[in-house]
Design a binder for this molecule. Structure first.
Ligand SMILES: *[C@@H]1O[C@H](CO)[C@@H](O)[C@H](O)[C@H]1NC(C)=O
Ligand SMILES: *[C@@H]1O[C@H](CO)[C@@H](O)[C@H](O)[C@H]1NC(C)=O
Length: 327
C-alpha cells in the first residue's frame, strides 16, 4: 500500500515538475519572443545593361532567376529602379524603410566609381546604422554582390584575377562554417554533399584571394570566411562569407542557377543536392528578412512597388538567361 502511494506521489511530482518545466520553459521565450514579419519584401537593385544584345529592351535589368529564387524562399521582391530615381538620399531612405532586406546581384560594373556602386553604398550605410540601432536589415551579395560587399567594407577594391568561369565546384568549408548562421542548421548529409559534390556554379574572373582577405584588417574583422575555392590560376579565393556582427552575407557562386537557369552549355548544377542547397540558401536569407519590421505605408504603395506588375521577357535566344525583367 505504502509502496503504491509512493509510486503515485512520485508520478504526481513528475507531473508537477513537467508542468512547471513547461511553464518555466514557455515563460522566458514568451517574454523574449521578437516580432516576426511573415510578409517580407526583399529589394533588388536593378543592374545596368552593358551587353549590346540587351540594349534594345531597357537600361537596367534583373534576371528572373533571382526573383524566383527569392520568391521560392517565401519573400516578395521589389525592384529598386535607381536609374529612374532622382538620386536624392531621401528617396533611398524612403525605400529602405519599406523593404526587409537587400539582394545585390551579379553583373559587370565598376565597384568603386559606377552609379550602381554609389547606390549600393547608400543602402549599405543605411543598413549599418539600422542594425546598430537594433533594426535588423540583412544584405546578401551574389557573385559581383559579394565583391561589392568587400569593396564597401574595405573601402577599396581588393579584387585580383581568380577565374572560375562556367565551372561547378564543391565548397571547401572552413571550421567556422560549421558554427556559422548560414551552415550550422544544414542537415549533415547536405553538408557532406556540399563539400564533395560540384553543387556551386561559378561564373567569374575576379574575386578576393584568401591571402588578401586575411591581410586586410577591415575584412578580417567584419566577415568570417565560411568557404574557399581554387581558381584556374591556382589562386585560393573566398567563396562564402558571413558578417560577424551584421546580417550581411556573400557568395562568389550562384545559388539561384541551380533551380532557375537551364542553359545546357553552362554548368548549372541541377542534382537533387544542388536543388536542396539552393533552397536552403534562399530560405535562410528570406528568414533573415522576417526579422525586419519595415513596411510600406499602405497596400496601394506596396502593390505598385512590387515586381508583380512587371513582366519578364523571353531571353533564352540571346542571353544565358531564360527570362529577364527589363526596366
Ligand atoms: C581548403 O582550405 C584549406 C584552408 O582552409 C586549405 O589549406 C586547403 O588547401 C584547401 N583545399 C582545397 C582543395 O582547396
Ligand atoms: C528571340 O525570340 C523571340 C520570340 O520567339 C523573338 O521575337 C526574337 O526576335 C528573338 N530574338 C533574337 C535575337 O533572335
Amino acid at each position: 500500500m505504502r509502496k503504491k502511494n509512493q509510486a503515485f506521489m512520485g508520478f504526481a511530482t513528475l507531473l508537477f515538475l513537467a508542468c512547471c518545466l513547461c511553464i518555466c520553459k514557455s515563460m522566458p521565450t514568451e517574454v523574449q519572443r521578437q516580432a516576426v514579419n511573415d510578409r517580407p519584401v526583399i529589394g533588388v537593385l536593378t543592374q545596368i545593361v552593358s551587353d549590346d544584345v540587351m540594349k534594345p529592351f531597357g537600361r537596367t535589368y534583373i534576371p528572373a532567376s533571382y526573383v524566383k529564387y527569392l520568391e521560392s524562399g517565401g519573400s516578395r521582391v521589389m525592384p529598386i529602379r535607381w536609374v529612374q530615381l532622382t538620386h536624392t538620399d531621401v528617396e533611398y531612405e524612403n525605400i529602405f524603410k519599406k523593404i526587409n532586406g537587400l539582394l545585390l546581384i551579379g553583373g559587370a560594373v565598376n565597384l568603386e566609381t559606377s552609379d550602381f556602386a554609389r547606390v549600393a553604398k547608400l543602402f549599405y550605410k543605411l543598413a549599418l546604422e539600422a542594425n546598430d540601432a537594433g533594426d535588423v536589415f540583412p544584405i546578401w551579395g551574389t557573385c559581383m554582390g559579394l565583391q561589392l560587399l568587400t569593396v564597401l567594407v574595405a573601402g577599396k577594391n581588393l579584387l585580383t584575377e581568380t577565374t572560375a568561369e562556367n565551372i561547378a565546384l564543391p565548397l571547401n568549408l572552413t571550421t567556422e562554417a560549421y558554427s556559422s548562421r548560414i551552415f550550422r542548421d544544414v542537415p549533415p548529409d547536405l553538408i557532406k554533399a556540399v563539400t564533395q559534390e560540384p553543387l556551386t556554379g561559378n561564373f567569374h574572373h575576379y574575386g578576393v584571394e584568401v591571402k588578401t582577405f586575411m591581410e586586410n584588417e577591415d575584412l578580417q574583422s567584419f566577415f568570417s570566411i565560411l568557404s574557399t575555392n581554387v581558381a584556374e590560376n591556382g589562386a585560393h579565393f573566398v567563396s562564402t562569407i558571413e558578417g560577424k556582427k551584421y546580417p550581411f552575407y556573400g557568395v562568389q557562386w550562384h545559388p539561384e542557377v541551380n533551380r532557375f537557369q537551364w542553359k545546357s552549355n553552362l554548368n548549372f548544377p541541377h542534382s537533387r543536392h544542388a536543388v536542396q542547397l539552393s533552397s536552403w540558401m534562399a530560405e535562410f536569407f528570406v528568414n533573415e528578412g522576417r526579422r525586419s519590421l519595415h513596411q510600406f505605408d499602405n497596400p496601394e504603395e506596396e502593390a505598385s512597388s512590387l515586381i508583380y506588375s512587371y513582366t519578364p521577357i523571353y531571353a533564352g535566344n540571346f542571353t544565358g538567361y531564360e527570362q529577364i525583367y527589363f526596366f
